[in-house]
Design a protein. Structure first.
Length: 122
């Protein structure tokens, strides 16, 4: 199976061999199994520490907003072949995640520098 990353489309493409494989799993047998028939002996039990640190994360639904976009930028998004609104939402998410990562990295660098600076106050 061969996977290729297409930077221009920001997606993974599979060759024909990868998409023509059929499953050799006996799905009828799997569907007929009860919970008791499933071997879970290789799965370790979850500890109290796991549950103490667990966080419930519910999916959030998108919200609608109205923004002003210059015509050239909007035309570029429309030319990408997908829904312009969807592509803009993805671009905003990527920007926000990159910005969060930059802030975290900057804060860690500042904290590291502060902890390694000798205290000169005498």
């Amino acid at each position: 199976m061969k996977f290729e990353w297409d930077e221009r489309k920001n997606q993974t493409n599979m060759n024909a061999d990868a998409t023509s494989n059929t499953s050799k799993t006996d799905w009828a047998r799997i569907d007929a199994m009860s919970d008791e028939d499933i071997d879970t002996s290789d799965i370790p039990p979850l500890s109290d520490a796991f549950f103490a640190n667990a966080q419930l994360r519910l999916p959030t639904s998108a919200i609608s907003v109205s923004i002003q976009v210059d015509p050239e930028t909007f035309a570029w998004f429309q030319a990408q072949g997908e829904s312009a609104k969807h592509q803009m939402a993805i671009a905003l998410r990527i920007y926000a995640e990159a910005h969060k990562a930059h802030i975290i990295s900057t804060n860690q660098t500042i904290a590291s520098r502060q902890s390694s600076t000798p205290d000169t106050a005498d």
